[in-house]
Design a protein. Structure first.
Length: 440
């Protein structure tokens, strides 16, 4: 058994026994109250999932295994002191529940290089799609095309004991994460560069290789990729992409299938597609105002106009956070370091000053502050990555780290298939004591 897997199961077995005991001996303990409002408003705030990789605190933002983003920017291994944390280290932390050494990170990195070969038929599937097909659809098609090499399916069909499901899941998760940058970059070159593909460089790290295969060998772009893939890796278990991956995985679908399903959720405009919506909104504002250097007053007027038309200001507000997203802050610090004179960055900075006070006057908006999507697109644009529709694919590459680490833990803990109870409208009407004017 290879060293990471051996260490993982030694640490995990005791924790899995605790989870089993909670389910069998303390299953009747009441942990919350569900209201009609909870159910009919998207189940927001209902504690109904087990996620160990990260926790979203309304005041502090995301914490990965208890560590905040600023802490991890100091604690996770880097290629050089002035660089960004290596996402390989964050994956190790989420999987193992301990901070990695550089040796641990290099072990993960070398494993991913060894496992990164993508079968030719995967590229054939992508090639069969028109280049104008949305990149997320191309990306998911490529992921699904790899299902034929599923280690989990082969182990299950061979009759593996359910207590060992985690083993095949781990192996497939490692294969999948290793292959993802190759699939993503292939989609990028297929969609935007006439299929002029670039081979991977085995001497580069996971993030740096993604930038290289896309055609960006500038070291600052590699640093940006490391930051981006670190910041977007996980966001607790209740968001659409994480929950969907967990839900589909609970049916013992393979990690390829589970991850693909989660990424179809990420592709929605209320989730991962938001970063491209931010850029579109900014360019629409520039065009309407007739200037690429709008004043704060002009921005404020355009914000009010957007709101008066019943639209949202993309990139602002969050279902849980009640402060500026620390991921936004980390990206802003990167911009101040590498591109302080960039015109779009200056516009984003002015939007940051203008929007929260305006949104704060709207009573139902509890968080008027920017989230991660409000900044990420501007960084990518600065380095010439101008294809807005591809931005969600970056998000998908990063999100694999969190949702797939959690999928391993789902199998370690033997979590069952997820199957909540539903009711029809008549049941809710009766519970509310409502005298309905129409019959259900």
């Amino acid at each position: 058994m290879e060293q990471i897997k051996k260490k993982l199961i030694e640490r995990a077995l005791a924790k899995a026994e605790v989870i089993k005991k909670l389910r069998t001996d303390f299953g009747s303990v009441v942990i919350g109250e569900v209201t009609i409002g909870h159910v009919l408003s998207g189940m927001k705030g209902i504690v109904s999932l087990f996620t160990c990789t990260s926790k979203l605190d309304p005041e502090e933002g995301i914490r990965f295994r208890g560590y905040s983003i600023p802490e991890l920017q100091n604690l996770l291994p880097k290629i050089s002191p002035e660089d960004e944390p290596l996402p390989e280290g964050l994956f190790y932390l989420m999987l193992m529940d301990e901070l990695p050494t550089m040796d641990d990170v290099m072990y993960i990195q070398n494993e991913w290089i060894r496992r990164s070969n993508v079968p030719k038929h995967v590229f054939d599937v992508i090639d069969a799609l028109p280049p104008e097909t949305h990149p997320m659809n191309q990306f998911v098609a490529g992921i699904i095309a790899m299902t034929g090499s599923s280690r989990f399916v082969k182990a299950y069909d061979a009759g593996v004991n359910k207590k060992d499901y985690w083993d095949a899941t781990y192996e497939e998760v490692m294969d999948l994460i290793a292959r993802i940058p190759r699939v993503a970059s292939y989609v990028y070159r297929h969609a935007y560069h006439n299929d002029h593909q670039i081979e991977p460089d085995p001497d580069l790290d996971w993030s740096g290789n993604l930038a290289h295969m896309m055609g960006y060998d500038n070291e600052e772009v590699r640093r940006l990729m490391r930051l981006y893939l670190f910041l977007h890796a996980d966001h607790e278990g209740g968001n659409v992409s994480a929950h969907t991956t967990h839900l589909v995985g609970s049916a013992l679908s393979s990690p390829y299938q589970s991850y693909a399903a989660g990424m179809l959720g990420l592709a929605g405009p209320l989730h991962g597609l938001a970063s491209q919506e931010v850029i579109k909104w900014i360019f629409d504002m520039i065009e309407e105002l007739g200037t690429d250097n709008p004043s704060k007053e002009q921005i404020a007027d355009y914000v009010r106009k957007t709101l008066s038309e019943g639209r949202v200001v993309p990139g602002y507000g969050h279902a849980v956070l009640r402060k500026t997203d620390p991921r936004y802050v980390a990206q802003r610090e990167f911009a101040l370091k590498y591109m302080p004179e960039d015109k779009l960055f200056q516009i984003v900075s002015n939007i940051y000053e203008v929007v929260p006070p305006i949104l704060g006057t709207i009573g139902k908006i509890q968080n008027p502050w920017p989230n991660v999507d409000a900044h990420s697109g501007v960084l990518l644009l600065h380095y010439g990555i101008k294809e807005f529709e591809f931005y969600t694919v970056f998000f998908a590459v990063s999100r694999a780290l969190g949702v797939l680490a959690q999928l391993v833990w789902d199998r370690i803990c033997g979590l069952p298939i997820e199957r909540p109870k539903s009711q029809n409208a008549a049941w809710f009407i009766q519970k509310a004591g409502l005298d309905s004017p129409v019959k259900f």
